[in-house]
Design a protein around this ligand. Structure first.
Ligand code: ZN
Length: 104
């Protein structure tokens, strides 16, 4: 069974999967504060971008892996079917993935 580790901090969340998921989630929480929750696939879905809205680049997004090379071209707002959104900076082949934000 696949297990996910989700770090919640403020209104942001970031879900990790795979071999180092637990370690990475705890690292993120160490940096930003918050808590880590272990989840199986039955409990929640992984956010999936369903709609994409492109805008002019509007600055770095709040990202676990900042990537300055993705700056300067466009910022895409992705929305999951559950209503969560995230911002992604795209420039050439470079990407900077923001965290999923859940309205509450
Ligand atoms: Zn979702």
């Amino acid at each position: 069974m696949k297990v996910y580790w989700t770090a919640f901090y403020g209104r942001s969340e970031y879900t990790f999967q795979g071999r180092n998921a637990k370690r990475d989630a705890h690292r993120l929480v160490k940096r930003f504060g918050g808590r880590v929750v272990r989840e199986g696939p039955a409990i929640k879905h992984l956010h999936k971008p369903k709609t994409f809205v492109s805008r002019c680049f509007s600055g770095p997004v709040d990202s676990y892996r900042p990537n300055p090379r993705a700056h300067g071209w466009t910022t895409v707002e992705q929305t999951c079917r559950c209503g969560s959104t995230r911002l992604v900076n795209v420039n050439q082949q470079q990407k900077e993935l923001g965290h999923w934000q859940t309205e509450s």
